[in-house]
Design a protein around this ligand. Sequence first.
Ligand code: NAD
Length: 502
Amino acid sequence: MTALDQNIEKLTGHLTRFKETGIPNRIAGQDRPGSGGVFQTLSPVDKTVICDVAHGTADDIDAAAWAAADAFPAWRDMPATQRRKILLNVAEAIEDRAEEIALCECWDTGQALRFMSKAALRGAENFRYFADQVVQARDGQHLKSPTLMNITTRVPIGPVGVITPWNTPFMLSTWKIAPALASGCTVVHKPAEASPLTARLLVEIAEEAGLPPGVLNTVNGFGEDAGKALTEHPKIKAIAFVGESRTGSIITKQGADTLKRMHLELGGKNPVIVFDDADLERALDAVIFMIYSINGERCTSSSRLLVQDTIREAFEARLVERVNNIKVGHPLDPATEIGPLVTQEHYDKVTSYFDIAKQDGATVAAGGVKVGDRGFFVRPTLFTNATNKMRIAQEEIFGPVLTSIPFSTEEDALEMANDTAYGLTGYVWTNDLTRALRFTDKLEAGMIWVNSENVRHLPTPFGGVKSSGIGRDGGDWSFEFYMEQKHIGFATGQHKITRLGA
Ligand code: NAD
């Protein structure tokens, strides 16, 4: 039996219960059907139905928001050490079921197992990291004035909504939900309609690990009904959203009437800039990894290569060779590097750029073709002879598709790097330290790596500028979002109070 066959057998075992009962909503520790009936989630591997999923609507969101509001006081007031212990138990329980999470994630989203097994463990790491900061999360400052002893403290904002996309959904959900729970907030989670499986596993695992009912509620459904209702619900105090920039803008409007605090992690068209003095071997590995790993369905992917014209020909030639060698296949095959794209809609969007590139005058140097017709597979694609004005250089394709653009001077590179609506990440490859400092200072991005691919360190701020988002996650920035600052002033004596009407 091959490793692929073994993984398929294990997956089949894990899916049996989903096939029998479908995926209900989870509200106040109870399974509830969706008020809108059910919808089906399909596997992008072969377009077969995985299972029925509760179609949540505004009624279900209302029930979940009230459940989160009812559970809030007890969760907020639970001793921090006890809350910490529960979150650490969740981390351990995720590790225990990491294989099941990874297999389900691959089947639901098309992501390759080699990346998803790490993403499941990263989910546990997220819980562990934020659990470790629970005890000091409410600490504040002491700001003495001549007449007052001023102190600050932080309190959880209240029940919050978490809305997540379908790319690496388990990891991303924990990245939002773990700090919310650590802050003392309760949560209503609306996972992406295309990837409901692991959101169900998460709430199940959390409750089994001791999370009280109602502290985490999961309502499945679509953006325009369940998602919209969540952003408009008066009991929900903040929305942590990850998704497209266009949706971020819609959500901001939806939340306006109830003055929602918003944290938006949105799209990107991230540049990787390779100067001719760089370590080109490492740069090549990083360029390939940052666009073709995770199916290129990655907000931080470096989808625009800006390569210095002096090395362009040789660099692109090596790139073509490597890209043509990337293994596209079944996501549960440990050798697979790229699996199928998540949905028919997304597959149609990504493949439409194969023609757009040609129409705009670029060259398809590698890939640019669909693979088979059973699932949503495409060959990893490289466009060359492109300019930064083309649609393939400006629009977020969100697939394994790289656009290579030459530059001659540092000034040209900087101008092109910044000439985009987005500003999530940037990657700079040079061995000239002064240039690296100068360049990163002017590069418009929330996160920049020099001579490195994206390596996450959880205490660092994660987020984008321009159309890539508002707000930061990571370290104490996450607590800042899910908590309110409170100031209390104590008079230290009989200071003069101005008397009116005396
Ligand atoms: P999407 O915006 O279509 O959907 C994201 C979520 O929003 C889904 O759960 C969807 O149901 C919900 N939604 C849609 N319309 C809504 C509405 N009107 N009200 C409330 N909720 C609504 O995004 P997607 O296609 O699922 O994900 C891909 C996008 O996510 C890409 O643009 C990618 O760059 C972005 N992303 C960003 C980050 C980041 O950290 N910056 C991380 C991952 C993905």
